[in-house]
Design a protein around this ligand. Sequence first.
Ligand code: ZN
Length: 94
Amino acid sequence: MYCGADLLRDRVAYSAAGVDHLLPQDKYEKLIQDKRNVVASCAACNATKAAKDVLEPGKDPEMMLSAHRDELIKYARQAIGLEPWEGVRATVRG
Ligand SMILES: [Zn+2]
């Protein structure tokens, strides 16, 4: 989850909800099926996050997903606009 919306509150919310790939599937094909790379998302967050790459340059995608997934989610929330940027700004591309 990025924003905390109740995806089960009604049929509209449920049917519009989807899964976002934390690390975008077009760039990280090996991680498409990786459960750690999938985040339940409301339609608005999914559309805004889109294919933005929240992995900092030089970081290992597998290591980040296994040990620092919360950090990737934080960057995604910043990319969506749910949180202000703070500290070292991740280079968000796409
Ligand atoms: Zn949302």
